[in-house]
Ligand binder design. Structure first.
Ligand SMILES: [Zn+2]
Length: 93
């Protein structure tokens, strides 16, 4: 059974709390062998014991996004592209 949408939302909130408490760490930097531009704006989420979680945090809007290697990077790359567009628009105004 895949996680329901509600479960994922709850997990994301839980992640934000754990990041605040220091139980989880937002680790900047791409996974090994990945050099794609959007990793500059994403941090991977891990426990202090180096256990990576299937989530990343956008450093532009601080939103938690689901990420797993098997799902590919199209969701997170399009998120970063959107966020960059938004921040560029703000600068122009
Ligand atoms: Zn974002």
């Amino acid at each position: 059974m895949p996680d329901s949408k509600k479960d994922i939302e709850r997990k994301k909130k839980d992640m934000i709390e754990k990041l605040k408490s220091g139980e989880l760490i937002a680790h900047a930097g791409p996974p090994l062998a990945s050099h794609e531009f959007f990793w500059e704006h994403l941090s991977r989420i891990k426990y202090s014991n180096d256990q990576y979680q299937p989530f990343v945090q956008c450093q532009l809007c601080y939103e938690i996004l689901s990420y797993s290697i098997s799902n590919g990077t199209s969701t997170i790359s399009s998120h970063v592209t959107n966020c960059l567009d938004k921040s560029n628009q703000i600068k122009k105004e």
